[in-house]
Design a protein around this ligand. Structure first.
Ligand code: ADP
Ligand code: ZN
Length: 730
C-alpha cells in the first residue's frame, strides 16, 4: 500500500518523484484525515487528490468553480486513461445521462462539479446511492469572505459533509493568507493538524516591476523577445483590452482580446485558440485565466496595476507551470492607484476597507526596493532565506537609493498653493515648466512666482514626482475633478520641517530589454527537434480535439530534444511520459525522434545516462556540427561535405545552422545556389523570417501556407543569416 502512490505517479503520470509535500498530503488523505493544501499555482495540487482518488474504492467528488477548469481536468485525466466526468449546466441531456451512468456503473473515479450542482437535491440523491470516499474542494479560498474571490455558495458545502459523514475532505488553494486558511478550516469543520503549506516560491518566474512611462512602447519592446511564445497581457479595463489587442494585431502579433463584455461565444473561442496554441497572446482583463491550465505560458505583462497581491500572484502564477523560466512584468504608475480607488468605491464600507487595504499592500510591493520574492513570500507568511534571488529586478539591478527631493516637493506644493488648490496635476506642471498655454494666460498664472521654476525637470519627471507626493500623503486629489489640495503633512513640507526622499525618474526611459543574466539558465536543447516535436504535438492535439499541453508539456518535449530517446524504454524515462501516453503517442513521437536522430547521428542519451541529465545539462557528443562548420569555413562546398560524411544536404544545413547559433561566424558561401525557388519566392521567405524569426521554422512554414519545403527554408535561413551577419555593425 505504501508504495502504491509512487507507482501510480510513475506508471500513470510518468513522473519519477513527488514534488515537495505531495507524498505527505496523499498519505494523509488516504488515512482518512481532512487535509488543507496550500500550494502555489503550478505546484502540483491536482495529483494530491487524483492519486488518492485512484486508490479509494469509492468515488471522489471535486468541487470546482468553473466549467472550463473541470473540462480541462477531465481532458487531462482521460489522456492518462482515467475516467472522470463532470456534472454541469453546459452538458446536453445525452452527455449528462452518459456521465451519470458512468457514475452508476462505478467506472468514473472522479466527478467534477460546481458547488451549486453539488448542493442540488437531485445530485445529492444520485450520490447518496454511491460510495463517496472523498470530497475535494478546489480553489478553496472562495469559501472565505477575507479572500479576494468570495463565493457564498462555497460556504454551504459544510452541509454536504453531514450527508456523508465517512467521507474525507480535502481543500486546495493557491492563495490563502493565514486568515483565509483559518476561515477555510473553520467553515469546513477541519482538524487543524491537517494543514500542508507548500512554498510559494516559484523559482522559475523572473519578476519585474517598472515605472509605466509609455506602456505601449514598453510592452512592445518586451514581447518582441517572445514572438514565438505564449503570454498574457492583463489590463484593468475592457476598453484598454480592445484597444491594445487591436494595436498588437495590426502590428502582426498573433493575439486576441478577452473580457466579460465580449459575447460568450467569442470569449470561449478566443480562450480555446489560446489554450490550443493557435494564437500566442491573450490581452485580457482579470476575467481571464482562472481555469486555464495551459502549462507553456512564457510571459505575463500587467499593463495596469492589479488590485491586490493575491490576484497579482495568481496571475503571474499562470506563467511557467511547466517549470521552465518565464517572465513577469508589471508596469506601475501612481495614477493607476487612483483609477483603482475609483473602481473599488462601494456602499459597503467594510468591503471597501478590505479592498483599500489590499490595494495598499499591492502598492507597497510595487514600490519596494527589496527582493520582490521576499516581499511576496512574506505576504503569504513565508520567509525567503536567500539574500539575493537573482530572478527579480531588485536583485538584478543595483539598488537605487532614494534621493532628496524636498526642493521638488516644495516647488510643487507651493505652486499648488499659489494656484488656489483647485487645479489638476497637468496644469501645475505646466505652470512649473513655464508653459505658454491658453489656460495659463486665462488665469494669469504666468505672473506667479512659481511660474517656470521647474524647467530643470521634464514633464514626465514632474508627473512621477507628483504621484509620489500624492502617495506620501502630502496632497490629496479630488476623485471627481482631479483638483489637488495640500494636506497637513504637505504644509509641514512647505514650511521646511520635513525632508522628502523619493525617486527621480531618468530623463529618458531606458531601452527596455529582456534581462540577460538571470539566475536561471535557459535549458539547452535541440531547437530544431523541439520545433518538430511541437508541430507533431499540435497535429495530434488537433486530431484528438484537446489542447496541445494535454498531450505533452513543453518541458517533456524539451527533455526529448535534450536526451534524444529512441526506444520505448528511453521514452518512458522522460518526465511526463507514462504508460498510457506511451501507448497513445509513443509510436508517433518515436518515429520522429528516431528519424531525426538518425539523420543527425544523435545518440540516445536517455538510455545511456539514466535520468541524471535533465534539462539543465548541455548536449554533448555533438562535435560533428563543429567539424562541418569548420570545413565549410575553410572553403568546402556543401556537396563536398555531403559526400565526405555521406549525409544529405538538409543535414549539412542543420549542422551549419547549429554551428552558427553557437556563435561561430560562417563564410558567406554559395548556399543560395542550392535553392530552386524563384527570386520572388525567395523574397517572400526572407520576409517571413523578418516576421517570425529564424529560431523555429514551423511558424514560417505555416505562414507560407506550407508551400515551401523545410529543406528550402533551411537554405534560405542560412542565406538570411549571412545577410544579417554582413549588415551587422562589428
Ligand atoms: P496546480 O493545480 O497546483 O496549479 P497542477 O496540478 O496543474 O498544479 O500541476 C502543474 C504541473 O506540474 C502539471 O503539468 C503537472 O502534471 C506537473 N506535476 C505535478 N506533480 C509533478 C511531479 N511530481 N513531477 C513532475 N511534474 C509534476
Ligand atoms: Zn529578488
Amino acid at each position: 500500500m505504501k508504495d502504491q502512490p509512487r507507482e501510480i505517479l510513475k506508471t500513470i503520470f510518468g513522473y519519477d518523484s513527488f514534488r515537495p509535500l505531495q507524498e505527505e498530503v496523499i498519505h494523509n488523505i488516504l488515512s482518512g484525515k481532512d487535509t488543507l493544501v496550500i500550494m502555489p499555482t503550478g505546484g502540483g495540487k491536482s495529483i494530491c487528490y487524483q492519486i488518492p482518488a485512484l486508490l479509494f474504492p469509492g468515488l471522489t467528488i471535486v468541487v470546482s468553480p468553473l466549467i472550463s477548469l473541470m473540462k480541462d481536468q477531465v481532458e487531462q485525466l482521460s489522456e492518462l486513461g482515467i475516467t472522470a466526468v463532470t456534472l454541469n449546466s453546459s452538458l446536453t441531456p445525452d452527455q449528462l445521462s452518459a456521465n451519470i451512468s458512468l457514475i452508476r456503473q462505478k467506472k468514473a473515479r472522479l466527478v467534477y462539479m460546481a458547488p451549486e450542482t453539488l448542493l442540488k437535491e437531485g445530485t445529492m440523491e444520485l450520490l447518496s446511492s454511491e460510495r463517496v470516499d472523498c470530497l475535494t474542494i478546489d480553489e478553496a479560498h472562495c469559501i472565505s469572505a477575507w479572500g479576494h474571490d468570495f463565493r457564498p455558495e462555497y460556504r454551504r458545502l459544510i452541509s454536504v459533509r453531514s450527508r456523508f459523514p465517512d467521507m474525507v475532505c480535502v481543500a486546495l488553494t493557491a492563495t490563502a493568507t493565514p486568515r483565509v486558511r483559518q476561515d477555510i478550516q473553520e467553515s469546513l469543520n477541519f482538524d487543524s493538524s491537517a494543514e500542508f503549506i507548500g512554498s510559494f516560491n516559484r523559482e522559475n518566474l523572473n519578476i519585474r516591476v517598472v515605472q509605466k512611462a509609455s506602456p505601449l512602447a514598453q510592452t512592445l519592446a518586451f514581447i518582441e523577445d517572445y514572438r514565438d511564445h505564449s503570454g498574457i497581457i492583463y489590463c484593468l479595463s475592457r476598453k484598454q483590452v480592445d484597444e491594445l489587442s487591436g494595436i498588437l494585431l495590426a502590428k502582426g502579433y498573433s493575439v486576441r482580446p478577452y473580457h466579460a463584455g465580449l459575447p460568450d461565444m467569442q470569449r470561449m473561442k478566443n480562450q480555446e485558440l489560446f489554450i490550443r496554441d493557435d494564437i500566442r497572446i491573450m490581452v485580457a482583463t482579470i476575467a481571464f485565466g482562472m481555469g486555464i491550465n495551459k502549462s507553456n505560458v512564457r510571459f505575463i505583462v500587467h499593463y495596469d496595476l492589479p488590485k491586490n497581491i493575491e490576484s497579482y500572484y495568481q496571475e503571474i502564477g499562470r506563467a511557467g507551470r511547466d517549470g521552465l523560466p518565464s517572465q513577469c512584468l508589471l508596469l506601475f504608475s501612481y495614477s493607476d492607484i487612483y483609477r483603482i480607488k475609483y473602481l473599488i468605491q462601494d456602499h459597503d464600507e467594510q468591503k471597501m476597507r478590505v479592498a483599500i487595504n489590499h490595494l495598499d499592500a499591492m502598492v507597497r510591493y510595487a514600490e519596494t526596493d527589496l527582493c520582490r520574492r521576499k516581499v511576496l513570500l512574506r505576504y503569504f507568511g513565508e520567509e525567503y532565506e536567500k539574500e539575493n534571488c537573482s530572478m527579480c529586478d531588485n536583485c538584478l539591478t543595483d539598488h537605487k537609493t532614494p534621493e532628496d527631493i524636498t526642493i521638488e516637493a516644495q516647488k510643487f506644493l507651493s505652486c499648488v498653493k499659489r494656484t488656489g488648490e483647485i487645479f489638476g496635476i497637468q496644469h501645475i506642471i505646466d505652470v512649473l515648466r513655464g508653459s505658454k498655454s491658453k489656460k495659463i494666460e486665462r488665469f494669469h498664472h504666468q505672473d506667479l512666482s512659481t511660474y517656470g521654476i521647474g524647467k530643470d525637470h521634464t514633464k514626465r519627471q514632474w508627473q512621477h514626482f507628483a504621484h509620489q507626493f500624492l502617495h506620501k500623503g502630502f496632497m490629496t486629489q479630488d476623485m471627481e475633478f482631479g483638483g489637488i489640495g495640500i494636506t497637513p503633512e504637505g504644509w509641514e513640507v512647505l514650511k521646511g520641517k520635513v525632508t522628502v526622499t523619493g525617486n527621480i525618474l531618468p530623463e529618458k526611459s531606458p531601452a527596455f530589454t529582456a534581462p540577460k543574466n538571470t539566475g536561471m539558465a535557459e535549458p539547452e536543447y535541440d531547437p530544431e527537434l523541439f520545433d518538430l516535436l511541437r508541430s507533431r504535438r499540435k497535429q495530434l492535439a488537433t486530431e484528438a480535439d484537446v489542447p496541445p499541453y494535454v498531450i505533452f508539456s513543453d518541458k517533456t518535449l524539451m527533455e526529448m530534444a535534450t536526451l534524444f530517446p529512441q526506444s520505448k524504454e528511453s521514452l518512458l524515462s522522460i518526465s511526463g511520459v507514462g504508460t498510457m501516453k506511451l501507448r497513445k503517442y509513443g509510436r508517433d513521437f518515436l518515429y520522429l525522434l528516431q528519424e531525426y536522430c538518425r539523420r543527425n547521428r544523435l545518440e540516445d542519451k536517455a538510455a545511456s545516462s539514466g535520468r541524471e541529465s535533465t534539462l539543465s545539462g548541455k548536449p554533448t557528443g555533438r562535435k560533428r556540427h563543429q567539424a562541418i562548420g569548420e570545413l565549410y569555413n575553410a572553403g568546402k562546398a556543401i556537396p563536398d561535405i555531403m559526400a565526405m560524411f555521406n549525409i544529405k544536404q538538409i543535414t549539412v544545413l542543420d549542422h551549419l545552422f547549429t554551428f552558427f547559433t553557437e556563435g561561430h561566424p560562417l563564410r558567406n558561401g554559395s548556399v543560395i545556389e542550392g535553392s530552386a525557388l524563384s527570386a520572388k519566392e525567395k523574397k517572400t521567405v526572407l520576409k517571413a523570417f523578418d516576421k517570425h524569426g529564424v529560431e523555429f521554422l514551423s511558424p514560417v512554414y505555416s505562414s507560407l501556407n506550407c508551400s515551401v519545403s523545410y529543406e528550402e527554408l533551411k537554405i534560405l535561413r542560412l542565406y538570411y543569416l549571412f545577410q544579417q551577419q554582413a549588415s551587422a555593425p562589428c
